[in-house]
Ligand binder design. Structure first.
Ligand code: ZN
Length: 155
């Protein structure tokens, strides 16, 4: 009894159907193919995968808006926020693409205080040149506190 219903479920693919799938999977969606062949979408997808005709290659192609988004936000947004927008891409994939393909670098968190070569003081929010007369040195970089603000917090 069970075998009967199973048999019904997994209708064997005819040569003609297979040929149609192979010839059209690139230009037609699984939806359209399933309607054309009067099969379930899942059935079409699993047969297609079985034949090695994977759609992942298309899905993984980066869209222009995704690249734009990354260029503008890779430094600024946190990992979660970026993954949320670029779902279902994984962070590893995103980071690899951004750094290797787009040449972006995620620096330390102080980056958001650097705008067009100048540095924004976190206290007074003035945008000043990165010089020792404006900011305190911190190793090779500067602190995000300008000297006047640093003086006033000391007093
Ligand atoms: Zn300041």
């Amino acid at each position: 009894m069970f075998d009967m219903s199973k048999e019904k479920h997994r209708k064997k693919w005819t040569e003609k159907e297979l040929q149609f799938l192979v010839n059209h999977w690139l230009e037609l969606s699984d939806d359209v193919i399933s309607m054309e062949l009067n099969r379930s979408k899942g059935g079409v997808a699993s047969k297609r995968n079985e034949l090695g005709l994977f759609r992942q290659a298309q899905k993984s192609q980066w869209q222009e808006w995704e690249e734009d988004f990354l260029v503008r936000n890779f430094y600024l947004l946190g990992q979660e926020a970026i993954c949320d927008v670029l779902k279902p891409r994984k962070w590893e994939t995103i980071r690899a693409y951004a750094t290797k393909q787009l040449g972006l670098r995620r620096k330390n968190r102080l980056y958001k205080h650097q705008i067009e070569g100048k540095r924004k003081c976190k206290e007074c929010e003035k945008l000043l040149e990165e010089t020792t007369t404006n900011f305190y040195k911190d190793g090779n970089s500067f602190r995000t506190l300008c000297i006047p603000c640093g003086m006033s917090t000391l007093n």
